[in-house]
Every structure is written in C-alpha cells, then in structure tokens.
Design a protein around this ligand. Structure first.
Ligand code: HEM
Length: 401
C-alpha cells in the first residue's frame, strides 16, 4: 500500500510545487492570461500540499508502521479510505483553482466548489480517525508512537472544526471577521502545527524503533495541549485581545521547549536518519528558536504587516515537514544514499535554503539594502530545483512500481 500512496503523494507534491513556481514567477512577471485568479491558485497550491501531499503521505506511513507496533492486522476498510482520501485530495486542486473558497457557476447554479472539496476531505479524515480508533482500541499499553498519533488525531479533529466553521461562514454568507479568521486559522494553522507535527514525530520514532524512545522521557499530551491555542497567533492582531495573545504566545514558547526535547533526542540518532530528514531537523531548530522572539513587545503586531507569515509557513511546511517526509519516503529502509540520490538531496536542500533566505529577505526589507525585486527573483529561481526534485521523485517512484 505504501508504494501506491507514495506515488500519489509525490504526484501531488510535484503538481503543487509547480503551481508554487507559477505563483513565484507570477509575483515578478505578472500571472499569465490562463491563470489570472492569483488568490484562487494560491488556495489550490496550499490545499493540494496539505491534503494531497502531506496528509496522504502521513496516513500511508501510519498504516505502514501500525501493524508492527500493535501486532494486529489493519482493519478492513483502510484501502477504501486511502483511495477515497487520495481521490478527494487531488480533486481539491481543480475545485480551488477556479474560484478558491468563492462560488463558481456550474450550469445554472453557483456552487462553492472549494468549500465543498474541503468539507469532503474533512469527512474522510473522520473515516481515517474511526479506522485508527478501531485498529488501536483496547491495546494493553500505548507506546510513545501510538500516544503521539493519538494526540495528532485529537488536534486533527480540532482543526476539522475550523474547516466546518469555514464551510458554515461561506454557506451562510456570514461576515463576522473574527469568526472567519478563527475558523481559517484553527483549520489551516492547527492542521499543520498539530496534526503534521505530532504525526511526523510519531513516524520518526516508529522508524527509529520504540526501544530508543523508551529510554527517555518524551512529551505527548502536554505538547498537544500547548500546541492547541497557538493558532491564535495566525489571526490578524486587530481582532485578538491582549489576553488571547499572551495565552497563545506563552503556549507557543512552551510547545517549542517540548518540541525541543524531541528534537534533541532525534538529533542524537541522526546517523540513523536519511540526509533530508536531518536537514528537516535543522530547519525545525530554526523554527523553534524563533518562538521566543514573539514574546518581544510589539514584534508580533509588527510582523503581521510584513511577509513573515509566508516565511514561517514555508520554514515549517517546506523546510521541516516536507524535507523530513521526502527523506523518509525516498528511503524508508534507510539504505546508504547513492551518488545520484545525493545530488537530488543537495538540489532540494539548496532550493529550500535559498527560498527561505529570500522569503526572510522580503520580510525584513526595512533592515537590508537589497531591493524587494531581487529577493522575489531569488525566491522564483529557487522554486525550480524544488519542483524538479518533486517531479523526479514522482517519476522514479512510477518506474519502481
Ligand atoms: C515547493 C516549493 C513551494 C513554492 C514555490 C511555494 C510557493 C508559494 C507561494 C508563491 C505562495 C503565495 C505567497 C504570497 O502570496 O505572498 C505560497 C503560499 C502558501 N504555501 Fe507554498 N510553496 C511551496 C511549498 C509549500 C509547501 C510544501 C506547503 C505545505 C505543505 C505550502 C503551503 C503554503 C501555504 C499554506 C500558503 C499560504 C496560503 C494562503 O495564505 O492562502 N507551500 N506558497
């Protein structure tokens, strides 16, 4: 099963990365005539990355490792759930491309295709959760990996309530900005920071083996509880009260410290991890370090007026989550890296490093003498190796299977 869904996840990564490249060049040269709706295409990019790339890959890896950990076969229905999840995730791309979350004319009626696609994806997450609960119900003990996945799923459900909120606000045409922003960030931010983070940590510990994890204290529940309120930091500062902000900012620092505990334990095992996964860990370290910066008075409010959100999003989603997943999916058996694979890994790492530098440069324009257009060009060129590596991963996987 892993082979089939790895190919689909790589296909989604390649398509979404090529779309990201189109957007990056569009920002300097203008969008081409056949792709005029920038916001809708940005939604198509981000949703395909979330649903088709990361979520399909995480679910396939969880199902891959679960039977060894529980000693039980996978429940019936897993193949159906994976096929449906992958199909609906891929369909979200054309659904968002046309009009984003807005209504699209279909025949004589108008349909919110993007919201419908997000809702359908959400329903299939519920099916995944139900099957996971069945597969792990009544285990005599819940080892670290299972605990991490349990909490990843709790936060996935929490994020799903945000997706529902979004669908309701669009369907009922509600215009309350706080409700809209809370739903959007509960969904988009907690989906990444909660579900992606904890599921990925579980997969890394499954890859390394429970024995090593058992030798030390590693947080699960406390980490999940601290991650939960951090989505508030994504909401516009004009809508967030001081109390809400401080709650989220301190929870964010606490979560960074607990993630740092996992980071240190994983880093000590780095020789057993694929090269790209080690790179992902380094980027995570940068991300954790910046958590404390938000506590500095005024920084968060100021940052909302800059491009820092796009930098942080890609630092986390591209640098940490995607590099780590790519490393694991290309080498789940952790065989030695061949020369060709080494070049590919360096092309990816180089592309990520330059893109993150360019996104940081654009965000901190007032502190550096380099003009914005140079940073935007750099970000655009750096997207080429990333889209190429994603395409290479998809083609190589197709050849193997
Ligand atoms: C492969 C290289 C990538 C490129 C070239 C790229 C490019 C872009 C661009 C140009 C934007 C819009 C920025 C703006 O409007 O200022 C964007 C936004 C975004 N991207 Fe990416 N991206 C990449 C990877 C990823 C990955 C791996 C993920 C998630 C797993 C991701 C998730 C997002 C999200 C969530 C947004 C914000 C969407 C919104 O605010 O509506 N991107 N990306």
């Amino acid at each position: 099963m892993l082979n089939r869904y790895r190919t689909i996840a790589f296909f989604a990564l390649a398509l979404a990365a090529a779309t990201g490249m189109l957007l990056r060049f569009g920002l300097v040269l203008g969008m081409p005539a056949w792709a005029q709706n920038y916001t809708a295409i940005r939604h198509a990019h981000s949703h395909l990355m979330y649903f088709g790339w990361v979520t399909v890959a995480l679910m396939a890896l969880i199902w891959h490792f679960l039977p060894t950990i529980t000693g039980r076969p996978l429940p019936r229905g897993v193949h159906l759930q994976m096929a449906a999840s992958a199909l609906v995730a891929l369909l979200s791309f054309p659904a968002f491309w046309l009009n984003g979350y807005g209504p699209t004319q279909v025949g004589s009626t108008e349909l919110p295709l993007g919201s419908m696609a997000a809702g359908l994806n959400g329903l299939l997450w519920l099916l995944f959760v139900a099957l996971y609960v069945r597969a792990t119900w009544g285990l005599p003990e819940r080892p670290l990996v299972i605990q991490l996945w349990d909490w990843a799923i709790v936060l996935l459900l929490f994020a799903f309530s945000g997706a529902l909120g979004l669908v309701v606000t669009v369907a009922l045409r509600l215009t309350n900005p706080l409700l809209q922003q809370l739903s959007l960030h509960l969904f988009l931010d907690l989906f990444g920071v909660g579900w992606f983070n904890l599921a990925l940590l579980g997969i890394l510990w499954a890859l390394l083996g429970e024995e090593i994890a058992k030798q030390q204290w590693l947080p699960t529940q406390s980490l999940a509880l601290l991650l939960a309120p951090t989505f508030i930091l994504g909401v516009s500062p004009a809508l967030v009260t001081a109390d809400m902000f401080w709650l989220a900012a301190f929870a964010n620092v606490g979560a960074a410290l607990l993630l740092g505990r996992h980071w240190w334990a994983l880093w000590r095992q780095r020789s057993r991890l694929p090269l790209l996964t080690r790179f992902g860990l380094l980027i995570l370290a940068v991300h954790l370090f910046t958590a404390a910066v938000i506590l500095w008075p005024g920084i968060w409010q100021w940052s909302a007026g800059t491009q820092l959100r796009i930098f942080f999003l890609h630092d986390f989603l591209l640098g940490w989550v995607s590099s780590t997943l790519l490393g694991i999916l290309l080498k789940p058996e952790n065989k030695p890296t061949s020369l060709g694979e080494g070049y590919v890994a360096f092309a990816w790492m180089g592309g990520v490093a330059v893109m993150l530098l360019a996104l940081l440069g654009v965000s901190l324009l007032q502190f550096n003498p380099i003009p914005a257009v140079t940073w935007f060009w750099l970000a655009a060129w750096s997207s080429i190796p990333l889209a190429t590596v994603a395409l290479w991963a998809c083609a190589t996987q197709l050849q193997r299977s």
